[in-house]
Design a protein around this ligand. Structure first.
Ligand code: AMP
Ligand code: ZN
Ligand code: ZN
Length: 413
């Protein structure tokens, strides 16, 4: 009996030793901390994947979750929404209220092409890479709006200045190279961005064959990423979320309104024309310009700053202009001279409109160890994704406008 007890204790002891050995020998797989790759395909309307072949997105849907749509924040433009996704904040709270912002105190503009994207003063929210870096994680961005600026004193450990023409294949290779780094260097949060099919959607129209081919092309890049993850045996270690920032709708030359039919253009500065008209009247002219524009056109709702409907979350920010015109879906605003000299105006497709229009809805897919398989979600608001990403990375979120509850049926814990 004593011998039996001794043998039992010995076997428990030996088992303890061997499992200890296993944890000591760190193969890259076993030491993987929670990891998340966030991929954005610009301008994929919620229904595009159902209109063409997207084997990579299908694979994610089969092995993970898909939402019936990702509702954008107002205005449904690229920079405001990429920032809402990574901060969980509505644009009035993260500060990137448009793709073009005017600071009247310095007479400076924030524009996509300019140096302003690298200046911290425009960013009021905390992107997830900052939340993560603050809490000791490493992060990497292969493009994401805002990722080139130092925000609250932090930048991603690895990031790259935006290069529109940079090879799509090489972007994916870099993500995989980052996953191959040693434990002490490997980022846990990574982003990957592609400008298509947005560019083709503007040029050729939403759901045009060109836009759908562009989607097929970025889906191929995603397939390479999925294969790279699989070949490294990381399918159970790495989470992947695929989003887009907004949808796309058709524009046409007969749905155009002319601001100079109603106001003297010398009395105003138009900061932004597209979908949301941002108007800065001359000193002392705000009320008269408002009275001249309000109710003059059935397809433009005009508001004074502070009176913009609550649903837009678009009142409380210093750089929101004194008068905002919200165009109906598919409408454009311009002046007669500009219209006459630009015969290609407007582009065949665009976005920026009220997110309540289903055509502005984007996509959301996710897979990986954090997610259940084969679950379909209803349409979710994109400000909720920050909370989800923080939960996956096991970090404490900064204050935000989102809610993790919408994901309670899709997360494994
Ligand atoms: P939008 O006008 O809202 O359709 O903006 C889409 C465009 O934003 C893309 O075609 C890119 O040229 C540009 N863009 C996207 N990400 C960045 C970035 N990180 N830095 C500068 N420009 C960008
Ligand atoms: Zn976009
Ligand atoms: Zn666009």
């Amino acid at each position: 009996m004593k011998l039996l007890k001794f043998l039992l204790i010995l076997s428990i002891f030996l088992e303890g030793c061997s499992s200890h050995n296993i944890t000591d020998t760190k193969t890259p797989q076993q030491s993987f901390k929670p990891t998340l790759i966030l991929v954005s395909f610009d301008g994929v309307r919620y229904d595009y994947p159902s209109l063409t072949q997207t084997p990579a997105l299908d694979q994610i849907e089969e092995n993970g979750i898909k939402a019936n749509g990702l509702k954008t924040s107002f205005p449904s433009k690229t920079f405001p929404n990429h920032l809402s996704i990574v901060t969980g904040l509505f644009p009035e709270n993260h500060g990137i209220i448009a793709n073009r912002i005017y600071d009247d105190t310095t007479n400076k503009f924030y524009t996509l092409g300019g140096n302003a994207v690298t200046e911290s003063k425009w960013y009021q929210g905390e992107p997830i890479w900052v939340t993560a870096e603050k809490q000791g994680l490493k992060t990497a961005t292969f493009f994401w709006p805002g990722s080139e600026a130092k925000i609250n004193g932090f930048r991603p450990t690895y990031y790259k200045a935006y290069e529109h023409q940079f090879s799509y294949e090489k972007r994916v290779e870099q993500i995989l190279d980052w996953l191959d780094l040693s434990d002490d260097k490997r980022p846990q949060f990574l982003t990957l961005y592609f400008d298509e099919p947005d560019s083709s959607g503007h040029r050729y129209g939403p759901a045009s064959s060109e836009a759908l081919i562009a989607l097929e092309n970025v889906d191929k890049q995603l397939l390479n990423l999925l294969q790279g993850i699989k070949s490294r045996n990381l399918e159970d270690k790495v989470n992947l979320m695929v989003v887009s920032d907004h949808g796309m709708t058709s524009l046409s030359r007969d749905k155009v309104l002319f601001l100079d039919d109603y106001i003297d253009m010398d009395n105003v500065k138009i900061i932004d024309y597209s979908a949301v008209v941002a108007i800065r009247p001359r000193e002392g002219e705000t009320e008269s310009v408002y009275q001249k524009l309000k109710d003059v056109h059935p397809h433009m709702q005009v508001y004074r700053k502070g009176e913009i409907p609550e649903k837009y979350h678009y009142n409380n920010y210093k750089f929101i202009q004194p008068i905002i015109g919200v165009l109906d879906l598919g409408w454009s605003a311009t002046t007669h001279s500009s219209f006459d000299s630009h015969t290609n105006y407007p582009s065949k497709g665009s976005h920026g409109f009220d997110p309540d229009n289903q055509e502005m809805n984007a996509i959301f897919y996710a897979t990986g160890p954090a997610f259940k398989k084969g679950v379909q979600l209803s349409v979710i608001q994109n400000t909720n994704l920050y909370e989800l990403m923080c939960a996956i990375l096991k970090i404490t979120p900064a204050p935000n406008d989102g809610n993790l509850d919408v994901f309670k049926d899709v997360l494994i814990d």
